[in-house]
Design a protein around this ligand. Sequence first.
Ligand code: GDP
Ligand code: MG
Length: 271
Amino acid sequence: DIEIVTTEMLKSKITYIENKIKNILKESENTRLIKEGINTLIIGRPNVGKSSILNKLIDEEKAIVTDIEGTTRDIVEGNVVIEGVSLNIIDTAGIRETTDIIEKIGVEKSINLIEKADLIILVINNNEFITKEDVDLIEQTSNKNRIIFINKIDLDSRIDKSIIEGKNYVEGTTFYEKGLDSLKSKIVEMFNLDKIEKSSFTYLTNARQITLLKECLLLVENVKEGLSKGEPIDLLEIDIKRTWELLGDVIGENYSEELLDQLFSQFCLGK
Ligand code: GDP
Ligand code: MG
């Protein structure tokens, strides 16, 4: 039956294309990280130890550390190289509910940075009860590359562990430098820093191309799902055509409608 053959053939081709796209996206992401570094954001409530963590990571007293809430008013940046890849670290003003208009701007700035970061280090104070701000931050960063750092384990524990259960977290203290090595290992693991090929600068570095390719991936995944559900091929054809067009855009070549129609006419679509 020609229709079944077409479906099977499409399935294998689509899977092949899906894997290719995934690999290119992964490689492109790695290339970007090697070239530009990992944009890392340290966030958390005031006084949990964010600036202390920055200082320990970069091995320099760059950010001012005091026990006064709101010491870090604007962002402080630092840099450290791990496994040949640069961590561009930003230490932020503590995030808390505030009516102070200036502090509010600082807090909003911190929250906006979350979207742009490649990695979030969310710091929680082991010695205090979990607050609404902690919970909000955990939720706001749940779809990001995030490591929770439970700081101040030299003090009594007051946090409710169930809140971080199953999440990627490290316990430590900047006082005795506990947990900082584990934090670094987790970063290496998260981005496969010890495995990525540092000399290969192939693939896409253009943000537009990457966006197009991500769109292609969604379409291809749709087609794949449609195929497995047995949806009619003429329906899936729309997405396949669109993928083809987008791939043309990625490499800067566009293919005419006629060519597409000619190609698709070779499939028996059971019309
Ligand atoms: P930030 O406001 O989140 O940047 O916090 P800081 O790094 O400025 O630290 C706030 C206060 O907590 C300072 O007094 C630090 O000395 C103290 N602190 C930081 N880390 C630890 C820790 O691991 N244990 C204890 N006991 N205190 C800490
Ligand atoms: Mg600070």
